[in-house]
Each structure stands twice: as structure tokens, then as C-alpha cells.
Design a protein around this ligand. Structure first.
Ligand SMILES: [Zn+2]
Length: 258
């Protein structure tokens, strides 16, 4: 994988070799301003998680494209009220604009991943461009969260073996989804709740949600998602589901990326 070796550095060297941060070149100002604890702990071995092989009723709620000044607070309050931990995949651009919200998400115990710098199709980019997008985003999100980010979701879920490998070289496990209720088409909260309900034939679920209701992922703002979330959670609880994060079991069975 020559392309991967050519871009080893920063998080990449750390993710692959677990070297202490003092031995690793720091690529951006965002990382330089992060907490001292940042990067002192390596990530688990990178994987590509696209499905869950489990018959257990578990669901991982995932929220993409934030954080959002209009929506994140409401989502966090609902998750706290329901005592549910979720996973947030944030763009570097939005995380840099709202580091306080990233810190709130981290402080509440939710899992955090990066979602590229500004949401291009990674499958259309050169290896150098992919690395730039993923590394800048991961550094920015990590800096704002005050902890090393070990998860990433490619924009639009569009990945390639090369994107997976480049991400893995940065220590990142890539995460897909199993259920997409298309909240970005701005449905009514009632429609979104209906489309998010558990599927009886596929008990283990990674549910894709967003912090906006627009087709343009650059937009953040009011959407059906925050309004529908309490009902979505209630529907899963009513069917005996357990809420999990993609960092925990049963997601440990993803195929190796390297
Ligand atoms: Zn997205």
C-alpha cells in the first residue's frame, strides 16, 4: 500500500505504531492547542464496520454533519433525558466553528468520530486529498473533544478500499450504517419516527441520523431529527433494544482494514 506509506505522519504514525505523541510530528495548529492528554493513547486496531453480525436487539444512534448551534443542544438534552449514549460524526469545519459543542458532546460520554473536513465525496479524490480531508478533520475534532478520535465515517458513506486503508493508517475505524431513514429529506417528525423504527428482520442496527434536514450537508439547522428523537428512542426501548455505541461490542467483529 504505497499510497498509505507516503502519507504516514501525525495521527497516521500514532495509529499504526502506537508511538508516544512526543515522537510524532504535529501537523496542525489545532492539535498544538489541544489538551496535553491528546494522542497519548493509541486507537484500537482499525476496522471497517459496515454491518453487525448479531441477533441481539442492539441499536447504535449516529448523528452526522454537526455540531449545530441550532440542534446539538436539543439532541444532547434528549439523550440525557433518555439515558442513551450515541455516536457523533462531525466535520472538521463544523467542529472548528463550534468547539464548545464538541466538548459538550464529549463530556456527556458520547462517542465521537470525524466526518471529513467539509464533506466531499472521498471516492472522487486523490490519495493525498483524502488524507488531507480525513487528517485535518480528525485533528480538529480531536482537539475540540480533548481526546483522540478513533472513528470516522466517510461523507455519504462512500468509501473505497483505498479510503479505508488511508483512514486505517491514521488509526481510524470507518463506520457505515444499516438503516437510513433519510432525515436529510426533511420529513415530518412523524414520518421520520416511522422510517426510523426497528426492522424485525435485522435486529442489530446502526441508525443514520443528521443534525440538519437539508440535502446540502454543509447546512446545519432545524430539522425533524431533534423533534423525532424522543419517539425514535421510545420505539426501540419498547421493543427491548439496548442502546450501544459503535465503539463497543457487538461492533468488534468488523473486518480488518489492513
Ligand atoms: Zn454527512
Amino acid at each position: 500500500m504505497a499510497a498509505t506509506a507516503g502519507f504516514a505522519g501525525g495521527w497516521a504514525a500514532r495509529g499504526v505504531s502506537d508511538q508516544p505523541s512526543a515522537d510524532v510530528a504535529v501537523p496542525t495548529a489545532a492539535v498544538a492547542s489541544a489538551s496535553p492528554a491528546l494522542g497519548t493513547k493509541g486507537c484500537p486496531k482499525p476496522r471497517a464496520i459496515t454491518s453487525i453480525k448479531s441477533n441481539e436487539r442492539v441499536v447504535a444512534l449516529t448523528f452526522d454533519d454537526g455540531p449545530s448551534a441550532e440542534v446539538t443542544g436539543q439532541i444532547l438534552r434528549t439523550l440525557a433525558d433518555k439515558k442513551v449514549k450515541a455516536t457523533f460524526f462531525m466535520t472538521g469545519e463544523h467542529a472548528s466553528a463550534h468547539p464548545d459543542l464538541v466538548a459538550q458532546i464529549a463530556a456527556a460520554g458520547h462517542a465521537i468520530g470525524s466526518h471529513s473536513w467539509n464533506h466531499p465525496r472521498l471516492d472522487k479524490l486523490s490519495p493525498a486529498q483524502v488524507t488531507d480531508q480525513v487528517e485535518r478533520a480528525t485533528n480538529a475534532v480531536s482537539a475540540a473533544a480533548g481526546t483522540r478520535v478513533c472513528l470516522a465515517r466517510p461523507p455519504f458513506g462512500l468509501t473505497t478500499p483505498q479510503v479505508d486503508a488511508l483512514s486505517a493508517a491514521m488509526g481510524l475505524t470507518t463506520v457505515g450504517w444499516t438503516q437510513n431513514p433519510k432525515d436529510w429529506l426533511n420529513p415530518t417528525p412523524e414520518q421520520l419516527r416511522h422510517d426510523s423504527a426497528p426492522w424485525s428482520d435485522r435486529p442489530a442496527t446502526i441508525l443514520l441520523l443528521h443534525e440538519h434536514g437539508a440535502e446540502d450537508p454543509q447546512q446545519v439547522g432545524p430539522s425533524a431529527t431533534a423533534a423525532a428523537l424522543p419517539g425514535i428512542i421510545d420505539d426501540y426501548l419498547a421493543q427491548g433494544y439496548r442502546f450501544v455505541q459503535v465503539t463497543g461490542e457487538p461492533f468488534g467483529s468488523g473486518r480488518p482494514s489492513l
